[in-house]
Design a protein around this ligand. Structure first.
Ligand SMILES: [Mn+2]
Length: 330
């Protein structure tokens, strides 16, 4: 059951190995959480690019077909080579040309699938990719809302970012907050602040907290999940961005929203996160609305942990996607 997608239900699985060509340069892999010694110790961290392919190798395409989806998977997207040395920072922003080119290309791919009535499922990869996926969705569905599941708000601006890592900034670009960067002129500020809601936040920079308040952006941190329970939180989140349950929904799910004990192999783990069931419940409830038009599953990074932890993270990545695409417990 889906209000916006064509039948037979068709998923277009896009895997976006952003950053692969920089893996050896170390340029992209500076950490956001410099206060966490264990994270610093593991930087730089090539390997986010392997996240998408490991989900596919784990059988995701077949699993979605078993759920009744027609699945189009056209391999892993290849992007124009950008020489890291020819991509010096713009202000603080790291690898701006590469990120801009890859995300713009993702926007076109996702927008094309959405226009076709298919459900774009983007596997990442760096969460900066959501600049592309959400731009693609909003191009086709201007009144869509975004449900962003994450430990982080990813809403730093050119002014507030300390690290210059663009994966901490995609939401501000989509909202058109902060000084605009000519390199990212293609990102139109199509997202309205009242069409965005967060669940799972627990590591938000001071500047980001200010932005959330100033723009009145609804966010349910882990505090609210503890206080109200995940069922109530998802209901309140949808009441905010989708009060009549008639707007298309773009679900952008960063696996670091889950507790590191559940999904250990990710770039910026933060303790105190969503449980296995809370993560799946969100996906199940979004699917149950019949309004899902796009899904991102981001920041699976198989290079960061021991093999058992990697397998655990990849397996849960697959099961989150299945839950968001209609798998139920009964
Ligand atoms: Mn994120």
């Amino acid at each position: 059951m889906s209000r916006f997608l064509k039948t037979p239900l068709t998923a277009a699985v896009c895997s976006s190995p952003l950053t692969r060509r920089l893996a050896s340069t170390n340029a992209f892999w500076d950490c956001r959480l410099s206060a966490v010694p264990s994270v610093v110790a593991r930087c730089p961290r090539p390997g986010v690019d392997k996240g998408p392919i490991s989900l596919v190798e784990a059988g995701l395409i077949e699993q979605l077909a078993d759920l009744g989806w027609q699945v189009n998977f056209d391999g892993h997207h290849q992007f124009e080579e950008v020489n890291a040395l020819a991509d010096p920072p713009i202000g603080k922003l790291k690898n701006p040309r590469l990120v801009s080119r890859v995300t713009e290309s993702v926007a076109k791919v996702v927008g094309g699938h959405a226009k076709n009535g298919e459900l774009p499922v983007t596997l990442g990869g760096d969460h900066s990719l959501a600049m592309g996926t959400i731009s693609g969705t909003l191009e086709q569905y201007p009144d869509a809302c975004v449900v962003w599941i994450d430990a982080h708000a990813d809403i730093n601006t050119v002014e507030t970012t300390d690290s210059g890592n663009i994966h901490g900034m995609p939401v501000s670009f989509l909202l058109g907050i902060g000084t605009s960067v000519p390199e990212f002129a293609w990102v139109k500020p199509l997202l309205k602040a009242d069409r965005l809601v967060y669940i799972g936040l627990r590591d938000v920079d001071a500047g980001e907290k200010r932005i959330l308040k100033e723009h009145n952006i609804k966010a349910f941190s882990m505090h609210e999940v503890d206080k109200y329970g995940i069922g109530k939180v998802v209901e309140m989140a949808l009441d905010h961005v989708n009060p009549k349950r008639d707007r298309p929904i773009h679900l952008s799910f960063d696996v670091d929203a889950l507790d590191p004990s559940v999904a250990p192999s990710t770039g910026t783990p933060v303790r105190g996160g969503l449980t296995f069931r809370e993560g799946h419940y969100i996906c199940e409830e979004i699917w149950a609305t019949g309004l899902l038009v796009a899904l991102d599953l981001m920041e699976v990074n198989p290079s960061l942990a021991d093999p058992a932890s990697v397998q655990q993270t990849v397996t849960i990545g697959c099961s989150l996607v299945r839950s968001a695409l209609g798998e139920t417990l009964l």
